[in-house]
Design a protein around this ligand. Structure first.
Ligand code: UDP
Ligand code: MG
Length: 323
């Protein structure tokens, strides 16, 4: 790596956040000005449809520490973060939302912990009062399920807002899976980790990009990426049901031997056929969910496409001058 590399890279995924960028710039720049470290800020425009890109362009004109990638369409927050990490050159990388729910003022504490030797420093939200009730309930349920049945344990309240040491970033980037669930990957890589508590602020402007169905899809991706329990559970369920069916058969056999044939049990027949067809369809569905993900990975498409980069010509020029 060249000596021009900044100490800290701040990666910010941005999707339709035109109204937040001015405030974000003001608060982030104030924090960065107070830091001793050199830094770069990388905005990843994730296919915004408002004038986010224009706003980013003008920020990049004001400061050579600001850079941007513009993806060719909306690839989703997880992938946008990965694109930013791919381009980040800092010894440490901070990941932050653009809507100011992640207070930039926390950065100095992150850096302090990093200086103490922690390589995975995460912001730990103290409460979820800024989230809708239903979302909070489902989030808690999701965390409980993953921690019980998944291969990883997710620290409560840890999200994307965090600082990662270069070593942790490289570890993260060595995993190119498409169904990305960053919160799981952060936990999977390990390294000396520590939480820094903070309260989440309300979104500065606009609305959350994650509606109910998108969150559900995200949760499913997250769970299936880190657990094969849903696949295995059907072996147990199947064995249990077959055992039960065998017991039932013996019961009827003995009864017929002792008392002869009684009324043909049409209702019980139709109920059990419907029930077990349902069970079979569910298990097929679970297998299908995994196969769909395998298919997605096997296609081997690039994770994202960059349409445009801003202020990168500055770095490239410098690197050419100093071979
Ligand atoms: N975001 C993104 N791509 C998307 C959705 C969101 O880059 O497809 C960005 C968004 O601009 C914001 C961050 O991810 O900077 C978090 O999004 P949001 O605030 O909507 O999520 P929430 O805070 O509700 O979890
Ligand atoms: Mg938000």
């Amino acid at each position: 790596m060249s000596s021009d590399n900044p100490d800290i890279s701040v990666v910010i995924p941005v999707f339709n956040e035109a109204n937040n960028l001015a405030l974000l710039n003001a608060r982030l720049s104030a924090v960065m000005a107070g830091c001793e470290q050199s830094f770069e800020v990388i905005f990843v425009n994730d296919g915004s449809q408002d004038d986010t890109l224009e706003k980013i362009r003008s920020l990049c004109e004001q400061s050579t520490n600001f850079r941007a990638l513009s993806l060719s369409r909306n690839f989703g927050k997880e992938v946008a973060i990965t694109a930013g990490l791919d381009k980040a050159r800092g010894d440490a990388v901070i990941i932050m939302d653009a809507d100011l729910q992640h207070p930039p003022e926390l950065i100095s504490q992150f850096i302090e912990k990093w200086r103490q030797g922690f390589k995975n420093v995460y912001g730990q939200r103290l409460d979820r009062t800024t989230d809708p009730r239903l979302r909070t309930i489902f989030t808690k349920l999701f965390y409980r399920l993953v921690n019980k049945f998944g291969d990883i344990s997710l620290p409560s309240g840890a999200g994307d807002y965090r600082l990662l040491d270069r070593q942790a970033v490289d570890a993260l980037l060595s995993m190119r899976e498409r169904a990305r669930f960053n919160k799981g990957l952060y936990a999977w890589i390990g390294f000396r980790s520590i939480g820094v508590p903070y309260s989440v602020e309300s979104r500065a402007a606009g609305e959350s990009k994650f509606n109910f169905s998108r969150l559900m899809q995200f949760a499913l991706d997250g769970f299936m990426s880190f657990s094969s329990v849903p696949l295995k559970i059907w072996t147990y369920a199947g064995t249990l049901i077959s055992g039960f069916a065998l017991a039932m058969a013996s019961y009827y056999w003995i009864r017929t031997m002792l008392f002869g044939v009684d009324l043909p049990g049409f209702p019980s027949l139709i109920v059990s056929i419907t029930f077990f067809s349902g069970v079979q369809l569910i298990s097929l569905g679970v297998i299908g969910e995994y196969i769909a993900r395998i298919f997605n990975e096997v296609k081997g498409r690039p994770l994202y496409l960059i349409e445009e980069t801003i202020n990168y010509e500055l770095i490239n020029k410098k690197e050419k001058q100093t071979p």
